[in-house]
Design a protein around this ligand. Sequence first.
Ligand code: GLY
Length: 344
Amino acid sequence: MAKSDIIRQLSEHFRRQNISNVVVLTDENVEKHYPDYFSDLSEDVSVDKIVLPAGEQSKSIETTVQIWQYLADKQCDRNTFLLNFGGGTVSDLGGFVASTYKRGVRYANVPTTLLAMIDASIGGKTGVNLQLLKNAVGTFYFPDIQLPADISFLETLPGEEVLSGFGELVKYALIGSAELFDNLCKMKSLFEIRTEFVDFCINFKQEVVKKDPNDLGVRHILNFGHTFGHALESHAAEIGKPIAHGIAVAQGLYYESRLSMQHGLLPKAEWQRIADFLPKFFLIPEITPDFLEQLLPYMQNDKKNHDGTLNFTLLDRIGHGIPDYAITATELLPLSGLLKEFIH
Ligand code: GLY
């Protein structure tokens, strides 16, 4: 889908809903590349813009207060529409502001990163961080309209950001489509990411969210790769060597696929395909027994776990995930030490 489809769908939506006042929330990076993206919206709509410093530090309650104040100073009422134009930081923060200002105004996301296109911008999870506590304060609040993704944004995205989004994309293939996984296996570089891959992920997530909007069961399937992924991401941040979210997720996909095989769910040949594929794009760290011990507390703190067990999403075949599979810490031990035999 192209920019013209997004502008057309937005213009039609604003006309149908009688919206005349739009506030675009974006960041400095996006503003630098796309300062006039919304200039073709209907002349009946007034557009204001808030440009935030780029980066996760903007996803704070302090920035939220500043945006609330900006909207109040501009006398924005409940008919104001917030347009979040950026990556996950902008859509999480903007969605949170939209859900709280005047007890809720309408909003939409125009995601500019691959990660936001296929994950953060869909499904109504909004929130801000409390210092180091990620997404500690937030709401479920759904966008008024789900817009198509414009993958031409990827042309101005740093390679590491595309790779991070690709980690999430591989996740969707593993939990939802063997055919998509076959297509990903044919890719030689990230420049071969296609709109239909992105559209599959968006549709898949929308269907899952429809069944479980409040993330109480079925939606946990989207956490595949994330139990290990979050632990690796938090550990890396704590030792001062941060890694991008989707890259940590890709590493988590590797270990959680292996766990699926070890538990007799995923056939060995399918595990082998995953083990061959992921290291072509991602560096997979070795998990020694010592490293596993360091990761465990992060996994045990995960809010999705109960009764001392760890709740994983696992695979029983490529293209099919099983949410909430309980595993004890001891059952993770075979993942460490023996790893070398599986790396080529
Ligand atoms: N990112 C996973 C979810 O939205 O549930």
